[in-house]
Design a protein around this ligand. Structure first.
Ligand SMILES: O=C(CO)COP(=O)(O)O
Length: 134
């Protein structure tokens, strides 16, 4: 008897502030086998950096963060269209769109969405994705 196991396609938002974009690209490259099976949604500049580095991944680039991209991802959270948010936040620079950043992380908390704002926590989410644990 054959058992069929259909792997879940995770819908994941990947976002990084400018000072953290290279770290996010490196991190996704390190987990590319996991993200090859994911549907990725990114803010504009983050998405184009990721697409350039890994053109074979499925990446939808939304608006740039300061132009509403954080809010677009927030709307996806409200619509329960995401499984996780990986957001490499720059904690050392003031942001003109700080309210948008706060709104995004707030909505992830309101909807109890798995969210990582650091490499250590992002590793836990990637591990859970790889093992289909949520
Ligand atoms: O500012 C951001 C998130 O707050 C990221 O936006 P970009 O990916 O367009 O730089």
């Amino acid at each position: 008897m054959s058992t069929s196991s259909s792997a879940k396609t995770y819908h994941v938002a990947l976002v990084a502030h400018d000072a953290c974009k290279s770290a996010l690209v490196d991190w996704v490259e390190a987990h590319v086998d996991t993200f090859r099976h994911a549907a990725i949604f990114s803010t504009g500049t983050t998405g184009s950096r990721l697409s350039k580095a890994m053109p074979d991944l499925s990446i939808v680039a939304l608006k740039s963060g300061p132009l509403g991209g954080d809010q677009q991802i927030g709307a996806m959270i409200c619509e329960e269209a995401l499984d996780a948010l990986i957001f490499f936040v720059d904690p050392l620079s003031p942001m003109p769109h700080d309210v948008d950043v706060k709104a995004l992380t707030r909505l992830a908390t309101v909807y109890d969405l798995p969210m990582a704002c650091s490499v250590a926590t992002a590793n836990l989410i990637a591990d859970a994705m790889r093992n289909q644990r949520f």
